[in-house]
Design a binder for this molecule. Structure first.
Ligand code: AP5
Length: 213
């Protein structure tokens, strides 16, 4: 199965993608995670992306498309994938269409996770994540057992540098302007499935499962 996950920052794409991956035996490809990994390793790409990410702006399309094209060459994606955070602009969607066309592959679904802005700000400012296993916590809704420590591997949790209130507001504006038009792009392909992203994580996951099967 090949899925695109659209939705504003904080909608729960990463949280839900991890459940989908387990159940459907596919891979998660998160451009945000790939960029953060490049930053941690201080690669040229990571250095190039840093300023854009910290300001809550999008990294330029050519950088993203190069990075994603590299990932698509890997056999790990052959069983299927969920694209989390990509594409995010019309040129990225066109680039993906071309990659898929070249390998005669079709997408199955484009999920749009919908959550009101006020809830997104609340979720993001309280997010913490594990830099090692990637588990996502929330200080209000889903805190770790021991403050600041990952339940699964004992790593110190991090607060993403782009999860401040001011940056989150910019990220929401960027989503409205640059990513929302993609709904029309994929509507034309008959792939869009709207999912209500409010409620508890398991209830939302059941809605997603129903849309995928
Ligand atoms: P990226 O990492 O993709 O971030 P994002 O899209 O802004 O999404 P988030 O990871 O913030 O949120 P999410 O929807 O995954 O929510 P989560 O599950 O964590 O991108 C970061 C930056 O990288 C971009 O700003 C840009 O600079 C750059 N970038 C990345 N891709 C790019 C691209 N393609 N082109 C250009 N630039 C790119 O949940 C959030 C919080 O809510 C957590 O605390 C979680 O525990 C909690 N939560 C989840 N579900 C629920 C629920 N049901 N109820 C209550 N709390 C919940």
């Amino acid at each position: 199965m090949r899925i695109i996950f659209l939705g504003p920052p904080g909608a729960g794409k990463g949280t839900q993608a991890k459940l989908i991956v387990k159940d459907f035996h596919i891979r998660q490809l998160s451009t945000g995670d790939l960029l953060r990994e490049n930053r941690r390793q201080e690669t040229e790409l990571g250095k190039e992306a840093q300023g854009f990410m910290d300001a809550g702006n999008l990294v330029p399309d050519d950088v993203i498309l190069r990075m994603v094209a590299e990932e698509f060459r890997k056999p790990e994606l052959d069983p299927g994938y969920i694209l989390d955070g990509f594409p995010r602009t019309c040129p990225q969607a066109d680039g993906l269409d071309q990659i898929l066309k070249d390998s005669a592959i079709k997408l199955d679904h484009v999920l749009v996770l919908e959550v009101p802005d006020s809830e997104l700000v609340r979720r993001l400012t309280a997010r913490r994540s594990c830099p090692k296993c990637g588990h996502i916590y929330n200080l209000v809704f889903n805190p770790p057992e021991q403050e600041g420590i990952c339940d699964y591997d004992g790593s110190e949790l991090i607060h993403r540098s782009d999860d401040t209130e001011a940056t989150v507001k910019n990220r929401l504006e960027v989503y409205q302007k640059q990513t929302l038009p993609l709904i029309e792009h994929y509507n034309k392909q008959g792939l869009i499935r709207h999912i209500d992203g409010m409620g508890n994580v398991q209830d939302i996951y059941q809605r997603i499962k129903a849309a995928l099967t």
